[in-house]
Design a protein around this ligand. Sequence first.
Ligand code: GTP
Ligand code: MN
Ligand code: MN
Ligand code: MN
Ligand code: MN
Length: 199
Amino acid sequence: MASGQLSRAGALSCSGCRHACHVMLYCDTKTQLFGRIPIRHIILMQMRFDGLLGFPGGYVNPSEETLEAGLSRELLEELGVALPISAEDHVDCCHAPASSSSSTSRLITHFYVKKMEEEQIKEVEKEAASTATDHGQEVLGMVRVPLYNTKNGGGLAPFLSHSFIGNARSQLVDSLLRLDMFAPEELHKALAHSLKIHT
Ligand code: GTP
Ligand code: MN
Ligand code: MN
Ligand code: MN
Ligand code: MN
């Protein structure tokens, strides 16, 4: 566990805390962009109602539901698909910065990662854009993360230069490293470039 993080049990023992659970759904793929750039993985994020990028999921009330049942409920609302999430998919949890929450009770954000089959990911995209109750309301659309850098600086760097909710951006970047989806040097170049794009 990295410093600053909480254990799952420690997080759940916080009496006055609220909890939110979000998940990175992803799969491997052989698809190539323009028939020559391997996209390697499909990672799903969403454009939220507030114009920020984030992962699917939401508030969970551990006194009424388990973290995973609550996350599954949020996924049904936001993606239109009942996806079982297990405690083994739990990656980490941490206190959200005080400014990201208007209420006085502290927010703990739990992050999950779940690997799926490419067909399942495509099904999620289809349902999220059609049957999901939150579609066009709290969720404006699902987006795939571009996991490549093009010659003229396109790809991951401009994607990372957008605005993200909470620490969703670092949840993404940390996952790319942990899951070996991006070479550390390339990732650091993309991160540095992403910070220069709007300046
Ligand atoms: P409502 O149904 O409107 O209550 O929203 P929700 O239950 O779907 O909650 P939401 O997904 O907005 O998440 C709740 C809070 O968690 C947000 O206000 C953010 O502070 C935080 N949050 C949202 N998405 C992410 C994310 O992808 N990563 C992290 N770390 N925090 C997030
Ligand atoms: Mn929701
Ligand atoms: Mn949500
Ligand atoms: Mn909710
Ligand atoms: Mn809602």
